[in-house]
Design a binder for this molecule. Structure first.
Ligand code: 5SP
Ligand code: FE2
Length: 225
């Protein structure tokens, strides 16, 4: 199944003092989804924000809220993130012992279920949950921080996941180190959702966001298969 290329700016790199305006601006600039990085200081060595912040951002746009939960365990918070207005809830395969249950819970809350893999986790970790997910998020850096370098070895993992998925309607997302220079690598391997934080928000204006989004989208669309 062919999905469109989607660009999902990560607000981790936005100006936190005016997050609502940043979300509005990046949607005006052509963002398809808004990527929200939730970090707990336990699963990853950084802390960001929780459901209350997401709920307050929901007022600024109707764009899809793509919530990347870097929290462990995640299950006790899924309902709160669903109620806050997340459309996609992605849990890490490494975050808890009952991945299948977490994904079932997300779907029972009426949300799209995503599963994410750290760079060191093999694709076999998600083999038995593929019928329970709408999205696979392949981390192309180690989670926790923006501004890191894209890990080239992840391209092979994306190709393998694409083959495993077959004709299921699952989207493949990549996250970390995505820029105009690297975007063609994951797109050529089979990813269709590209998260980018620093490469988009470093511009600081709607016009700069628009050209950064286009500079990522163009090579990805050219490379995609
Ligand atoms: O989940 C994460 C980091 O853990 C990401 O979503 C980053 O926010 C991506 O930032 P850049 O690598 O694009 O700067
Ligand atoms: Fe992320």
């Amino acid at each position: 199944m062919t999905h469109p290329i989607r660009i999902a700016p990560s607000i981790l790199a936005a100006d936190f003092s005016k997050l609502g305006q940043e979300v509005r601006d990046v949607v005006d600039a052509g963002a398809d989804w808004i990527h929200l990085d939730v970090m707990d200081g336990h699963f990853v060595p950084n802390i960001t924000f929780g459901p209350d912040v997401i709920k307050s951002l929901r007022r600024y746009t109707e764009a899809t809220f793509d919530c990347h939960l870097m929290i462990s365990p995640a299950d006790g918070f899924l309902e709160a993130f669903a109620k806050a207005g997340c459309d996609i809830l992605t849990v890490h395969a490494e975050a808890g012992p009952h991945l299948h249950r977490s994904l079932q819970t997300v779907r029972s809350l009426g949300k799209k279920a995503g599963v994410s893999l750290n760079p060191a986790t093999p694709e076999s970790a998600i083999e038995y949950v593929l019928d329970t997910v709408d999205l696979v998020l392949v981390m192309t850096v180690n989670p926790g921080f923006g501004g890191q370098k894209f890990i080239d070895a992840t391209a092979e993992k994306i190709r393998r996941i694409k083959a495993m998925i077959g004709d299921r309607p699952i989207e493949i997302e990549v996250d970390g180190g995505i820029s105009p220079e690297t975007a063609a690598i994951p797109a050529g391997a089979g990813a269709n959702v590209l998260v980018a934080g620093s490469a988009i928000f470093k511009g600081g204006s709607v016009e700069a966001y628009r050209s950064a989004i286009q500079a990522i989208r163009a090579p990805a669309e050219k490379a995609r298969r």
